[in-house]
Ligand binder design. Structure first.
Ligand SMILES: [Zn+2]
Length: 255
């Protein structure tokens, strides 16, 4: 499994793109969250990967036209503001739909609560046409009860403690796995859920609905050793971070 790090910042960041990862197994790609200006996010990560010496074969994954499967963890803008543009691109540039994966509670909010205002009615040159969620998306439920197969990935999802329904993810491909907290208050039981993975990507930020860096520092050494930070505030000192912070343009190979 390969993990491309596309965006590591929070919604207030002036230094980073917001929360976005791209998982690859073979030729299957699964976007985890889809923030603002997503095509530019991909292009920026592609350039950073290139500067790190990553091979063009690897950087080629970061292409909007090649990403059909998107998993949205929750409806906050820093995780899904790019979905509208992605769906328009798929419909108008590629004549296809987005294969969208969410837990049911996220699906309930996604269209009526977010996207319908800008996507539900289009001008075709002579009149207005009403469009539905199904015109843009093929929705697949991410189960909270059982493992969901997403291409070559097997995903267990779990609700987190956050302002809105949010899913953390335990993603397995072959014998390798990555745990992704998405946005959450500090939750030891969630850390337990994630920490069986080879790699744990955990958020940190301020406020009651996020996880304090200090709480992660207090975790047992064996958990911290496999942990990388994401969704961190601009003032987080990446160079001195005792739990290594992800950097945009990194490619993590789990093999
Ligand atoms: Zn959030």
């Amino acid at each position: 499994m390969r993990v491309h790090v596309l965006g590591v910042g929070d919604t207030f960041s002036e230094r980073h793109h917001t929360h976005a990862l791209l998982l690859e197994e073979g030729d299957f790609r699964l976007a985890i969250d889809c923030p603002d200006s997503y095509r530019r996010v991909l292009a920026a990560a592609r350039e950073k990967e290139r500067l790190r010496g990553t091979s063009p074969d690897v950087t080629a994954a970061l292409d909007l036209a090649a990403i059909d499967h998107v998993l949205v963890t929750h409806v906050h803008g820093d995780h899904m503001n790019g979905l509208e543009g992605l769906a328009f691109f798929k419909r108008f540039a590629q004549g296809r739909k987005v294969e969208l994966w969410t837990i049911a509670a996220v699906r309930e909010q996604l269209w009526d609560g977010r996207l319908v205002a800008s996507m539900g009615r289009l001008w075709n040159g002579t009149g207005f046409v009403d469009l539905s969620f199904e015109d843009y998306f093929t929705w697949h439920e991410l189960s909270l009860d059982t493992e969901t197969e997403v291409g070559p990935f097997r995903i267990r999802a779990r609700r987190t403690q956050h302002h809105v329904p949010t899913s953390a993810l335990f993603v397995t491909a072959g014998r390798r796995s990555v745990g992704i907290s998405s946005d959450t208050a500090f939750d030891p039981s969630l850390v337990d859920f994630l920490s069986d993975a080879d790699l744990v990507i955990h958020e940190t930020n301020h406020g009651p609905a996020h996880t304090a860096y200090a709480d992660l520092l207090a975790l047992p050494e064996e958990v911290r050793q496999k942990m990388r930070l994401i969704h961190y505030p601009d003032e987080h000192d990446v160079d001195r971070s005792l739990i290594p912070a992800l950097r945009e343009g990194e490619v993590l190979e789990l093999s």
